[in-house]
Design a protein around this ligand. Structure first.
Ligand SMILES: [Zn+2]
Ligand SMILES: [Zn+2]
Length: 489
């Protein structure tokens, strides 16, 4: 059994001791007006009804250089990641050979996606290319999955029963800088996982179902949240994806660590316009409400937990200095360690907006977008993944599913981890110092031969983990129980 925590450095320990002070159970979370703590199952209960999903806003997915900058190769010098006996070396080898064989075609696919970057919910070329390839490989493909134009699902079934394991492919790009988050690599990692598992299921007669879900708009669109709301993960017993990053000092290694939950809030203040010089006493100044809100949030910041982040901008501040502004607006991102804590923090921010309205006489309106939940990696899946990477490639993977000292980014896969046992390892590809995810330099790195090589290796780890989930009923049950217990915390 893997030890529960790696040897931390002094500062890591300090950070963790502070984080441990955060409420962990529902009863410990202070009651806050309007706070609704998130349920973990069923999926339909998790989210509010879908808003217009066409809304695009570059936020969520993180810059892994920020989130994992202090992840070092030495950190992976950990006890064996193994809950039980090593899983079949034969099956792992079948998967490795299969994925190696498909690598040239997958690289071609990935380069096409890289050369045609598309923003979230508009990834039509990527979805068409990926689904055409999957159909040519003989998979059943569900186009426009769950009525999302650029989503899809590809399925392979072996036998007449068993469990279902799924992979996720992302393929959205960033405005102006293309595939600066490496989603062109994630796209083919999912395909590789599917192909590798199918090969293993056929050769070793493994019963069950493997699927690949094409998930649009990770960069701010919370595409996976929409798919969850529409039942897109129904019937899936466990799920994985991998994500490349520029990890300082950790190129070539893997990491399974949490990310933060995030919520967007738009607020509007409505006052009354007058001549600012001739009759200011007749006005209700909406810019004062913005000023009070901004200052109050800044004051609140010193009482926030170290993993909380509240950052915002003024999106409308008035029209002219000689007109008392009757309308102003702001947009804030609020991040916290987990969804429960985020709900509490969001309510505090809303209370500040209300107070700013009260102080100035302005009417206040705010709206919140779909929440992106924190990433709660399943430890048994992570351990098995790390074991495969160590055994097959001698690649270290740091498994620290509750260590928030690496957290700073967010992903919509967090929502998936609340709905079923799921795991989202990161892996470090070569990058220029200080120029990691979400930079043009990293875009270049996401089509390098080293990036592809590492992607296929980590996809092999993912597929081998899936193969064990279908084969080893006892272990699959343990992983599922671990998830349920984790959700009850
Ligand atoms: Zn990103
Ligand atoms: Zn990303």
């Amino acid at each position: 059994m893997r030890s529960s925590s790696p040897t931390p450095g002094c500062f890591t320990f300090l950070r963790r001791s502070k984080q441990d002070a955060r409420p962990t159970s529902q009863s410990e979370v202070p009651a806050t007006k309007g706070a609704q703590l998130p349920a973990h199952v069923p999926q339909s209960a998790i989210h509010t009804p879908p808003a217009k999903y066409q809304h695009y806003e570059p936020c969520g997915c993180g810059d892994m250089s920020l989130g994992l900058h202090n992840l070092k190769l030495a950190d992976a010098d950990l006890p064996p990641y193994r809950a039980t006996e090593p899983f079949s070396a034969d099956v792992r080898e079948t998967i490795r050979i299969a994925i190696d064989g498909y690598a040239p075609a997958l690289t071609e696919l990935s380069l096409y996606i890289w050369e045609h970057p598309e923003l979230g919910f508009h990834e039509t070329k990527a979805a068409a290319k990926l689904t055409a390839y999957l159909e040519s490989e003989g998979f059943d493909v569900d186009h426009k999955y769950k009525d999302l134009e650029t989503s899809f699902k590809a399925t392979y079934v072996h036998g007449s029963g068993g469990r279902t394991f799924a992979f996720n492919s992302e393929y959205d790009a960033l405005p102006g800088i293309g595939h600066a988050c490496g989603h062109n690599l994630i796209a083919v990692a999912g395909v590789a996982g599917l192909l590798g598992m199918r090969a293993a299921m056929q050769k070793h007669n493994i019963e069950g179902t493997v699927t690949l879900i094409g998930t649009p708009a990770e960069e701010g669109g919370v595409g996976k949240g929409i798919l969850l709301e529409r039942g897109g993960y129904k019937g899936v017993d466990a799920c994985m994806m991998i994500h490349p990053g520029g990890m300082e000092g950790a190129t070539g290694m893997g990491g399974v660590v949490p990310t933060l939950a995030i919520q967007t809030i738009e607020v509007e203040f409505f006052g009354r316009t007058t001549h600012a010089g001739a009759a200011p006493w007749d006005g209700i100044n909406a810019l004062d409400a913005v000023n009070i809100a901004y200052s109050s949030i800044s004051a609140m910041r010193q009482q926030m937990h170290t993993t909380d982040r509240v950052h915002g901008i003024i999106t409308h501040g008035g029209d002219a200095p000689n007109i008392i502004p009757d309308y102003t607006s702001m947009r804030y991102y609020v991040r916290s360690q987990n969804a429960k804590a985020l709900v509490v923090l969001v309510d505090k921010v809303k209370a500040i907006f209300d107070a700013a309205g009260l102080a100035t006489g302005c009417k206040v309106k705010y709206k919140t977008d779909r929440m992106m939940y924190d990433l709660r990696n399943n430890e048994p899946l992570a351990d098995e993944f790390a074991a495969v990477m160590a055994d097959v490639y001698n690649i270290p993977t740091k498994v620290a599913v509750t260590d928030y000292s690496f957290a700073g980014a967010s992903t919509d896969f967090g929502n998936v981890t609340y709905a079923l046992p799921a795991c989202h390892p990161h892996y470090g590809i070569p990058f220029d110092a200080g120029r990691s995810n979400h930079t043009p330099e990293f875009t270049e790195r996401c089509r390098s031969p080293e990036a592809f090589d590492l992607t296929y290796k980590f996809a092999t780890g993912m597929a081998a983990t899936g193969a064990r989930f279908l084969t080893d009923a006892k272990w699959a049950k343990e992983a599922t129980k671990w998830w349920k217990d984790d959700m009850d915390k």
